[in-house]
Design a protein around this ligand. Sequence first.
Ligand code: PLP
Length: 439
Amino acid sequence: MTLSYDELRALDARHVWHPFTQAGTAKPSILALGAKGATIYAADGREYLDMVSSWWVNLHGHANPAIAQAVADQAGRLEQVIFADFTHEPAARLAHRVCKRLPEDLNRVFYSDDGSTAVEVALKLAHQYWRNRGQHRSTYIAFEGGYHGDTAGAMSAGHSSGYFEAWKEMLFPVETVPFPATWDGDQDVEAKELAALDALDMLFSTNPDHVAAVIIEPLIQGASGMRMCRPNFLRKLEAKVREHGSLLILDEVMTGFGRTGEIFACVKSGITPDLICLSKGLTGGFLPLSMTVARDGIFEAFLGQDLSKAFLHGHSYTANPIGCAAGLASIDLLEAPSCLERIKAIEAIHRRRLDGLKGLSNVAHTRLTGTVAALDVIGGGKGYEAVVGPKMKAAFLERGLLLRPLGNVLYLLPPYCIGDGELERAWDGVEEVLRHLAK
Ligand code: PLP
């Protein structure tokens, strides 16, 4: 039985609960029929350029034929197998391929399903690492404005606006230090970095031998507004964590797989974490999959003759073979020289178009790292509650652009397959809307 467009929308409205949505006031969802490259085709005949890579996951375009083929082949061969006692080729090969691109010591992959669970695993591993070594370390340090996901541990480590208010009694306390967010022409960056490092020092000295780990989104804090810091700060942060004998967790759920212009933000910054969380781009945007990669030394602390030191954690779909096959196909595409060239081309267009907006009275704090461009829009409020956000979103949708401002922060984070012409068209739309708002 085929259903009409209206019938499908009615079913959705009756039965489906959408994330981050106030169903009481939300407009009916746009019904996507298909997508190709950077374009999403809606049932009402409209087309949308996906300028947010569908929540930052898509790298090589929707319905990429190479990944689609790998998924189909794997689904016909081995769709899923229990991941205790068993393993499979895509899991072993994908772990190897990712580890080859990470700093040398990071060699042990623990698979899970999404960004939140990758972070949850990292927090639990850090805790048990110390326990296995006979120490009780329960203090975690995170950065103001950080977002690490929506499960309880990830929310505890996060510090994102009022979004977690409803569950604050469920969460465990985490110490926070300022994030030295910077932008084009920022004169205060050194002072902000020093203040962050001083705050860190203070926490280490008031909790000697108690800090299990420091967690950070390296180079770009995503959900809190594409706030960017310098590689130099990350190097100083790593040195500080080493000096105090704690662990460093990098949450590269968003920044991984080329987003920052390098394969990983840690590679771009020249640092080696103890644990790194990867997801989103891992499968090129096809399937939910994630990994938490640990240094060899962390893994070794879990070895023993019985279960007491083992990591007793897992998920039903751990290391799903179809997801891993998608991951392998995506990495093949990512490693092709043409992909790197696209990333560079996107960055160059972003730079030129951002610079072109600097004269507008309602534009501030332009910033760019790799394929992520962002700016603050002045007027219409600040933060997630800013009224200018939904207003801009509606204006962009009217122009066939899928852009979701984070409050008053406007950002472009396209899939790498986007053509120069498509990207210029998106920036034209951005410029038009900003000029209109500035009047
Ligand atoms: N960590 C970071 C840095 C993220 O940006 C996100 C999602 O936006 C997450 C973790 C959570 O990932 P997921 O939504 O896949 O659970």
